[in-house]
Design a protein around this ligand. Structure first.
Ligand code: TXA
Ligand code: MG
Length: 345
């Protein structure tokens, strides 16, 4: 295995003119690694058709090699060169949601390296809604393999500082594009079977998929024989402290937490409204429950902030009615340590 790069070139996105984008694209094509912005989270990119380049991603992240990667494309046309067939449902989803935070799983062509797919005969593909990154893929003229740009097991990077802390000195290039607009990873939909199924919830939710396809789109865990997302078996999104996810009515969760003793090493993370309601408790607020996008945008940054502040016990307060994508990431952050409060009524 090659040693990590000796230094990392850092480019503020506003400094990138066409000549520089072409240069970065060429370096990516030749096998170097670059952290790229996307609309969901930052990605750690390499030439998706070059096994040696993809290997560098796993090394930089410390990621298990059987957890497959997403290939990022700049157009639906580029998908035809990597997959064997595109179902009518997949075509509808691409037409409706691309470019955007939706990843589709297809049967792969033989030349797509096992290093991308973890040895599976399927491949994940997404066209991100980020003009600079689309230009970079075009400049590289190959699909870019890119998992989230975090050390394995840590929350995905949604700020330049997260990328810098986790990967400076471990990758060849980093593009600094400020804060990620969405803040959680794309929805993943398996399109290899007769019936599409959701492998990972995201901002494009089940209702939106079902409305567009005019049929049920179940979660893969609910369908027989469908492949689960290989990533689900690994620990994900976990801060260093212990996280307990508290799910229930505000008053019930408050009664539970108010009985605890708090010091600098214990903290509650909750919505702005929850924090306002219970000012005597030490709450770090996420966004507003009237704007779940604001909660998605700050969740990972807040979890990392707990590490910076050396918080050892974190109570993450959510409500069962919140979007599936948020609850999914919060359950993972809590390593499935969930305290559910039954309705007393
Ligand atoms: O928003 C995103 O999707 C971000 C940005 C950078 O595009 N990327 C991202 O990649 O979240 P990553 O590697 O952290 O997550 C990819 C997910 C994993 O859960 C993986 O198991 C699943 O996609 N996946 C990849 N290839 C697959 C395949 N062939 N079959 C089933 N699941 C697959
Ligand atoms: Mg990830």
């Amino acid at each position: 295995m090659k040693n990590p790069p000796e230094r990392t070139d850092i480019y503020p996105s506003e400094s990138l003119d066409d000549a520089r984008i072409l240069e970065i694209g060429n370096r990516l094509k030749a096998g170097e690694t670059c952290v790229i912005p996307t609309e969901t989270v930052y990605g750690l990119a390499a030439n998706g058709l070059l096994s040696a380049a993809i290997q560098k991603i796993y090394t930089a992240k410390g990621r298990p090699a059987d957890n497959p990667l997403i290939l990022h494309v700049d157009s639906p046309q580029r998908v035809q060169a990597i997959v064997t067939d595109i179902s009518d449902d997949a075509k509808t989803l691409m037409r409706t949601f691309w470019p955007g935070p939706l990843t589709l799983i297809f049967h792969k062509q033989a030349h797509v390296p096992d290093a991308v797919t973890g040895g599976l005969d399927s491949v994940a593909v997404r066209m991100p809604a980020h003009p600079l990154t689309l230009k970079l893929i075009q400049a590289a003229d190959v699909p870019l393999a890119a998992p989230s740009a975090n050390r394995s097991g840590r929350p995905s990077s949604t700020r330049f500082s997260h990328v810098y802390d986790d990967l400076n000195g471990r990758v060849d290039m980093i593009i600094d594009d400020g804060d990620s607009p969405i803040g959680i990873e794309s929805t993943v939909v398996d399109c290899t079977g007769e019936h599409p199924a959701i492998l990972r919830p995201g901002q494009i939710d089940q209702a939106a998929l079902e409305m567009v396809l005019k049929k049920n789109v179940p979660y893969a865990t609910h369908t027989h024989g469908a492949p689960k997302s290989p990533g689900v078996k690994y620990g994900h999104y976990q801060p260093k402290g212990d996280v307990e996810l508290c799910l229930g009515e505000d008053a019930q969760v408050h009664a539970y937490l108010a009985a605890k003793e708090f010091d600098a090493k214990r903290r509650i993370i909750a919505s702005l409204e929850w924090a306002d309601q219970y000012p005597s408790l030490p709450v770090t607020p996420l966004g507003s429950i009237h704007d779940f996008n604001s909660i998605m945008k700050t969740l990972y940054a807040t979890l990392r902030q707990m590490d910076d502040e050396k918080v050892e016990t974190i109570y993450l307060v959510a409500h069962p009615s919140w979007p599936e994508s948020l609850l999914d990431r919060m359950k993972k952050a809590a390593n499935h340590h969930v305290k559910t409060f039954e309705n007393e009524a």
